[in-house]
Write a protein that binds this ligand. Structure first.
Ligand code: ATP
Ligand code: MG
Length: 462
């Protein structure tokens, strides 16, 4: 997968770099060539050279540009930041010396390190887009404002040159003097593919949730499945609805769903699969850590979870949501008081969260009603029907195991009301038995014993 993403990016970057080389060539000809030549030469306006159309391209790099309708100026800035990492030789032309003054051209900007390598600065970009003209330079500043996608996607920022000049420069001068610095995530996204998972540290109360299972492994009640699929519809069209169709002022941002139902009915699995099929990371927020261990630090940590999730399009999964979203208790001691503060903070953050938040609980009644009203979906995960149980048995048993003649799976599915999780546990047990006695055969007795054990765990009788 990763190689594939890298190969797609490489192909599109080659096109982008080739365009960049043409722009540089045109700029140099226009800047240094005789004026008459510049006028005759069609296409010497560097910004008149069309950037490659990436409309059909599938690389992460192309998707990023499309998502933000990147302008040529933005694309040049990105290329300049990428080149030192990807193709520094394309920057060699900026080593050209000014013969008149026997020094480097001030107009190229850039930072040269001890090894002579050239790192583009804002001035390099200004030279490319504007030559010596002033007005187009002013547009550069807007690329590095806090609201710009370079910043919100945490891709590209301006790093002060080394050593930092003691002189206090004005805003534009600051932009021109600073190095175009790509973040590690930005570099990964544009080159090897998806951004690596950030290293969030031990105190970060969220962990990635993944699954090796496939969507086709999911066995759900049709009503449950339909509601789960509504989340996919939101992923596909939410942005268009909110922005394209102008509903943002009227609707709450994001999408919140409560998954509730008995243990082992596939709530966690569904959340993980939603991430897998939409290509999003799912982060499981560990609420027990949040309430008990991080009193005081909690809000800060949770704020980090939400900030990261919002930027990166993560799905947030709050397992055992009752721990925090349960009915608010009367304040009894200091611990309770903190817990309630955290609840209020969480409620507020979840309500304003502009992404997908999934909360899971075993009982709907455990969730504060005031809070439940704010969910876009409340989805029940029931115990599977006999027919679904048969399907779960069939797909859980490995092909290597043989079923003894006396085993009637549909009878077993009919008689025992087990959820997917319990069926899997029983399968695990009988398979280990079949391996251990080298028979590789699962008997009816062994199955019944394993089922009895599962029922016993739930306090039921076979
Ligand atoms: N509906 C289902 N379809 C297919 N497999 C299932 C289903 N439900 C459970 N399983 C199997 O059981 C395992 C455990 O289920 P899962 O952890 O998703 O249950 P859960 O509803 O989150 O339980 P809990 O309430 O205890 O957290 C899954 O990883 C999967 O292998
Ligand atoms: Mg679960």
């Amino acid at each position: 997968m990763r190689l594939d993403a890298g190969a797609k990016n490489a192909a599109d970057l080659e096109l982008e770099f080739a365009w960049f080389a043409q722009v540089v060539d045109a700029r140099f000809k226009r800047y240094f060539g005789p004026p008459a030549d510049a006028l005759q030469h069609a296409g010497t306006d560097p910004l008149g050279i069309a950037a490659p159309s990436l409309s059909g391209a599938r690389s992460d790099f192309a998707k990023l540009l499309r998502r933000h309708r990147a302008t040529p100026l933005e694309r040049l800035a990105l290329v300049l930041a990428l080149l030192p990492h990807c193709k520094p030789q394309l920057l060699d032309i900026f080593h050209t010396r000014n013969q008149t003054f026997d020094r480097q051209f001030t107009e190229f900007g850039g930072q040269r390190d001890a090894a002579g390598d050239f790192t583009p600065t804002g001035q390099t970009l200004a030279f490319l887009v504007a030559g010596a003209a002033l007005a187009p330079r002013f547009a550069l500043q807007s690329l590095f404002e806090r609201e710009h996608w370079f910043a919100t996607e945490r891709l590209l920022h301006l790093a002060p040159p080394e050593p930092t000049p003691s002189l206090q420069k004005g805003a534009l001068a600051g932009v021109l003097a600073c190095v175009l610095a790509l973040s590690g995530e930005g570099l990964a996204l544009c080159t090897t593919g998806r951004a690596p998972r950030p290293n969030l540290g031990l105190d970060f109360p969220a962990r990635p949730l993944t699954t090796a299972l496939q969507w086709s492994d999911l066995v759900l009640h049709p009503g449950t499945l339909a509601q789960v699929q509504d989340i996919l519809v939101w992923v596909r069209h939410g942005a268009t609805l909110m922005d394209g169709w102008g509903m943002r002022p009227k609707l709450r941002p994001g999408h919140r769903a409560l998954f509730y139902g008995p243990p082992g009915t596939g709530k966690t699995m569904t959340a993980a699969l939603l991430g897998k099929v939409t290509g999003r990371e799912v982060y499981q927020v560990d609420l027990s850590l949040v309430v008990s261990k991080y009193i005081g630090e909690t809000e800060k940590n949770l704020a980090r979870v939400f900030d990261q999730a919002q930027h990166k399009g993560w799905i947030l999964f709050f397992d055992e949501a009752d721990a925090l979203f349960g009915k608010r208790s009367e304040t009894k001691d200091a611990h309770d008081r903190y817990a309630n503060q955290e609840v209020s903070f969480l409620l507020q953050r979840i309500e304003t969260f502009d992404g997908i938040a999934i909360l899971a609980s075993n009982q709907r009644e455990n969730i504060d009603a005031a809070f439940a009203r704010r969910f876009e979906a409340i989805i029940y995960f029931p115990v599977p029907s006999a027919e679904q149980r048969l399907q779960l048995w069939r797909q859980s048993l490995p092909g290597q195991a043989r079923l003894a003649d006396d085993v009637d799976l549909s009878d077993i599915a009919q008689r025992f009301e087990l959820c997917g999780g319990a069926i899997l546990n029983a399968v695990r047990q009988v398979c280990l038995g079949a391996l251990d006695d080298a028979s590789h055969c699962i008997t009816r007795d062994a199955l019944q014993r394993a089922i009895a054990r599962e029922l016993d765990k739930e306090g039921r009788e076979a």
